[in-house]
Write a protein that binds this ligand. Sequence first.
Ligand SMILES: *Cc1c(COP(=O)(O)O)cnc(C)c1O
Length: 508
Amino acid sequence: MITSFKNKRVSKEPGHYDSFFLHSGEEGIQTFNEQVDLVKEKLLTVFERADQPFKGSTTEEIKKELLPIMKLSGETKPFQEVLDEIGEAVLSNSLHVSHKKSIAHLHCPPLLTGVVAELMIGALNQSMDSWDQSPSATFVEEELIKSLAEYARMPETADGVFTSGGTQSNYMGLLMARDAFCQTYWNHNVQKSGLPQDLGRMRIICAEEAHFTVKKSASQLGLGEQAVVTVPTDGNHRMCIKSFEKIIHRLEQKNLLPFCVVATCGTTDYGSIDPLSELAEICQRKDLWLHIDAAYGGALLFSHSHYQKVEGMQQADSIGLDFHKLCYQPISCGLLLIKDRKHFQWLSLHADYLNPVKDEQEGIVNLVNKSVQTTRRFDALKVLLTLKTLGTDLLGSMIDTTMELAEFAVQYLKEKPEFTVENQHPELNTVVFQYQAESSENLCELNRQIQQVLYQKGKAVIAKTSVRGSTYLKFTLLNPRTTREDLKEVIEEIERTGKSIMNGGHRD
Ligand SMILES: *Cc1c(COP(=O)(O)O)cnc(C)c1O
């Protein structure tokens, strides 16, 4: 059916395409102006009306509204018409992540500097794979990484690359750890020769509460999920060092090969931070690769009152940090930093058309050498525009504000007998708790329903997670505009909803 929407070809007169691209000619500029104005207007109406984080439509309603507009055709239409058609259905049924009561996931309100940077990124459309496709952009990314590595107090040899996020940063960190180990231990080059025979003995160690992408990466890297050994966590959901040492010892006795430790700086659920300095010390002593998954907590580097929590991070062999979480950038924007730039060799392959060896000899920088991606976005521009406009101090204050809000949430919930808080000393800004009305027999179901009812009503978007097999509720307080009053209202709404569910489950 691929040809079903194909109509006759349109005219190929010279200049006929001019109003569809941005270029030095008047047609392009005029259309650009008009379309940006229309989009601006449309977005403004959507945001003006967004008095709650979600409109509350059901899945069925959304599908029904969207399906008719998904039809493609051969016909050219006025942009405004299409925008009107799409605007209502798509924009108004979106989750308003910038709303103060959208506090579910690690999904941030984007800073305006990031939003407008996206316009520039799209309009310029630089591709970060080779210098000739992104001359100034390559320089900006490289210099920004130098500054960020310095900010993170990493050594002179440090380097990095922007990634699509924590998933890719974890994958790349583990890939380098695997290849560096195989080279030193067996003198085996995975890149050239594939996986070594004894690969099945290699082990990655992380806490039970590490991100699922550690296992996923291990499986994609040919090590299999079996290669990931998890360490129990303590009462504060941090990796337990004693158990860690025992596990290393046990693995060595079994003639297995632990080669990499993944420490988490800010777990997704509790924002807990593994003991980074202690782990760094042991890794150094035992010659283990230390990868720190700081997708969430790496932002504390900018904090004024909490930066000491990331002490030890500078000793890592690789660090993943997401700017699209606690640094308020639009998706996607991740960073991988590595202690020694030589390890980028495990990713580099010379293609004659893109990054020939001769370029390297002449000092031409082609960033494809540092990435698992080829064509890649100029995400560094968002970070540059943001850090320069806001300054690192204001960004730090924003982060600190959200940490205070999390403290407040814990205290406020603790005063109420019908709530139990799981993480009473949040290291970041998530709060995990359960509504425990005395008369309820099935707390799991009750909490699950509370979360769902709130979402369907759209008044507050909160998350749920599982704690020792039971469903708990979760706030992820990324938005520095969210006030204590907002939180009190959300908590009241939870109480009201909980009571009404118990009184027969009516939903209003
Ligand atoms: C979000 C997150 C990831 C995954 O990162 P993406 O940017 O979603 O790819 C990995 N680890 C932690 C701790 C995270 O919070």
